[in-house]
Design a protein around this ligand. Structure first.
Ligand code: MSP
Length: 646
């Protein structure tokens, strides 16, 4: 079995961590916990990126030294990771000698092989992104193409890495390795970038301008460019150049988790650097989307940055971990609001999972002397449910292997809901009243067996809460996937412990009407005892269920027919800041050119799918009657794309 090495980006220490950093680190933690549960050799690396202009600037502003700035901020990261239950195997800081000496070794080697050379540079530098751009990259004259902030024009002598040499190799590598960059539309983005001639990479900064960096071993007047230094952490941390055996144990079975904003550095700079060094590229680079604050970009200046510590303190670490993983479709942006958090918490955790655990465990405690009952005869209904639960363990395993935990979690929640329906159908409370103990034993055994599988399969996401749940039904939290898959493992007679409300319902109490002169009070939230779940009539869905479908406006910016099909069109749509591809079966009703500029309505959180091998990220809403079909559109062309509907 292949080992599993997973990394997060290393975070800049110019400021304290926020929800974006927490998401990637929790994702890395969850994936590595799953692989450990699958009994694979696993290594999870995170750390901090401590050199460069940003860190120096933050230190200067506080009047402290850069290393002081690093030492102070790194503590905040480490504290947060402990708080969020992160179990990383290593934490690298780029100021550590184990890293700096490897960076210098690589620089010297590339210089000796003429893969690094000196030349005059005339370019545009973006300080927040720590990147140089050429004239043609800039937006609106002088703005950075990534963050849209003004760049500085710089002319100076610098050292360059011969990145251009590897352009053809990289294009070919990406095209022949479909799993290298995920999701696939990000691979297309990189290939799009590679359509322009690839330039050599400026990898130095004169000390006269920036002294906070790793000194070039062949010229003491320069330090290394922070990205060239930072990317090397992925190999310096596992012993490249010092412990060949350990390095070879993990490399190239490596998966980098990154945010979409650092795609180019990871999918262009890094593989070409590795190629020059003589090392294979990592197995996968997975770029996730951004957490937005509602619909807006999070930024310090807008004052809408979500603080992960606050969320965990208020609602619990496990619920926060679950929300982040379940809510974001990997690859796409996701809007964080406290309201959506509370909705998901109340519906998935309090109503569905918490309710099931409560009912099954309490009834067993009451009716079978706090012991797992011996099932009598399994009926088809029981077997169907047990098989479904068993299958979900496999589905989750596959979802994890394909780096799609959100899909796996959706399946697990389906099983939980199916089990709640099973409880309604079999009505154990009536069986108890009627004294039908044989059937009652089978039903409760079945429900507990589902809880064993569901609780086990959710352990990596909610380690503490699921440990508590499993402890109630006599299962240890060191169970493996293999243990979970062997159905029928709940042993009759095993003592059961009564359960406290796992996820008490969050009740949002509206503040009383404020006096006219006062500002309205913020809504106060309090955690109260769980209320019984409302009864949803057959054929209806709850408001929470409705809000799981994320409807948004999207502007069509390009459309073309899918070759060899009659019905399909491939659309590029703008959804707020994000661009997406959607394949829609509307070719018989709309000409591509008629769609450009239309503001349509899409289901934005639909799991990506492939239609005729083409990735589709979302679905267009349309009304159909007989042979006619009309797209649902918003009748106001200047209305923004990405607007939430509902
Ligand atoms: N130091 C570089 C990474 C070097 S890796 C060799 C860096 N650091 S960062 O601290 O600015 O960002 C780290 C990660 O946080 C990036 O993956 C970035 O995408 C992610 N996020 C920052 N804000 C984010 C959101 N609002 N949402 C999700 N992730 C975002 O870049």
């Amino acid at each position: 079995m292949n080992p599993f090495y997973i990394t997060t980006p290393i975070y800049y220490v110019n400021d304290k961590p926020h929800i974006g950093h927490s998401y990637t680190t929790i994702l890395g933690d969850v994936l590595s916990r799953y692989h450990r549960m699958m009994e694979e050799d696993t290594w999870f690396l995170t750390g901090t990126d401590e050199h460069g202009q940003k860190v120096q600037k933050a230190a200067d502003e506080k009047g402290i030294s850069p290393i002081q700035q690093c030492d102070e901020t790194v503590v905040r990261y480490k504290e947060l990771w402990t708080r969020l239950g992160i179990k990383n195997d290593d934490f690298i800081r780029t100021t550590q000698e184990r890293h700096t000496k490897i960076v210098q070794k690589i620089l010297q080697d590339l210089y000796d092989r003429d893969l690094i050379y000196k030349a005059e540079y005339n370019g545009h530098y973006c300080v927040p992104c720590e990147r140089f751009f050429t004239e043609k990259d800039l937006v609106d004259g002088n703005l950075c193409p990534d963050c849209k902030r003004p760049t500085n024009t710089i002319v100076e002598s610098n050292y360059f890495f011969r990145m251009s040499k590897y352009q053809e190799w990289l294009i070919d590598y990406i095209q022949t390795h479909p799993d290298f960059i995920k999701p696939a539309f990000r691979a297309n983005e990189t290939l799009g970038f590679l359509k322009k001639p690839l330039e050599d990479l400026c990898i130095s900064r004169p000390k006269a301008r920036l002294s906070w960096g790793i000194e070039l071993p062949f010229d003491k007047d320069y330090v290394c460019y922070v990205w060239f230094d930072a990317l090397i952490n992925y190999i310096s941390a596992i012993g490249y150049g010092t412990n060949e055996e350990n390095f070879r144990k993990w490399w190239p079975e490596c998966h980098h988790l990154i945010g979409k904003d650092i795609l180019t550095t990871h999918t262009v700079y890094w593989p070409t650097m590795l190629k020059a060094i003589g090392i294979e590229p990592p197995k996968t680079i997975l770029a996730h989307g951004w957490w937005l604050s509602g619909r807006d970009k999070m930024s310090k200046s807008a004052g809408n940055v979500v603080n992960p510590m606050d969320m965990s303190d208020k609602y619990g670490v496990d619920a926060f971990r679950y929300y982040l993983l379940a809510e974001m479709t990997l690859g796409q942006d996701s809007g964080f609001t406290e309201e959506s958090f509370i909705n998901r918490y109340n519906s998935d955790l309090a109503n569905d999972l918490g309710n099931l655990a409560n009912r099954a465990i309490k009834m067993t405690v009451r009716n079978f002397d706090s012991k797992i009952p011996k099932p009598a005869k399994f009926e088809e209904l029981d077997m169907v449910l047990l098989n479904k639960a068993n299958l979900t363990v496999k589905t989750m395993g596959n979802a994890i292997r394909s780096l799609q935990p959100d899909k796996g979690l959706a399946e697990v929640m389906n099983v939980v809901r199916a089990t709640n329906r099973y409880m309604e159908q079999t009505a154990p409370w009536t069986l108890a009243k009627e004294g039908n103990l044989d059937r009652l034993a089978t039903v409760l055994y079945t429900a507990i067996e589902v809880l064993r599988m569901v609780g086990g399969v959710l352990l990596p996401v909610m380690p503490d809460k699921m440990k508590d749940l499993l402890a109630c039904i006599g299962v240890s939290d060191d169970c493996t996937f293999a243990d979970l898959e062997s159905g029928g493992n709940s042993t009759p007679g095993t003592p059961i412990k009564d359960i406290d409300a796992l996820f008490p319902r969050i009740v949002v109490e509206k503040a009383e009407a404020a006096p006219a002169a006062e500002k309205p009070k913020k809504q106060e939230k309090s955690v109260k005892e769980k209320k019984p779940a409302p009864v949803i009539p057959e054929g209806c869905i709850s408001i929470e269920d409705f809000f799981k479908t994320e409807l948004r406006t999207a502007k069509v910016i390009a459309a073309e027919p899918v070759p060899n099909t009659e019905k399909l069109l491939k659309l590029q749509v703008q959804v707020g800041e994000e661009q997406r591809q959607i394949v829609a079966g509307i070719a018989l009703f709309y000409k591509p050119e008629d769609l450009i500029g239309k503001l349509v309505v899409i289901v934005a959180n639909l799991a990506p799918a492939k239609l005729r091998g083409i990735e589709s990220n979302g679905m267009l809403l349309a009304a159909s009657a007989g042979d006619s079909l009309k797209l649902v559109t918003v009748d106001a062309p200047d209305f923004p794309s990405g607007a939430k509907i509902g």
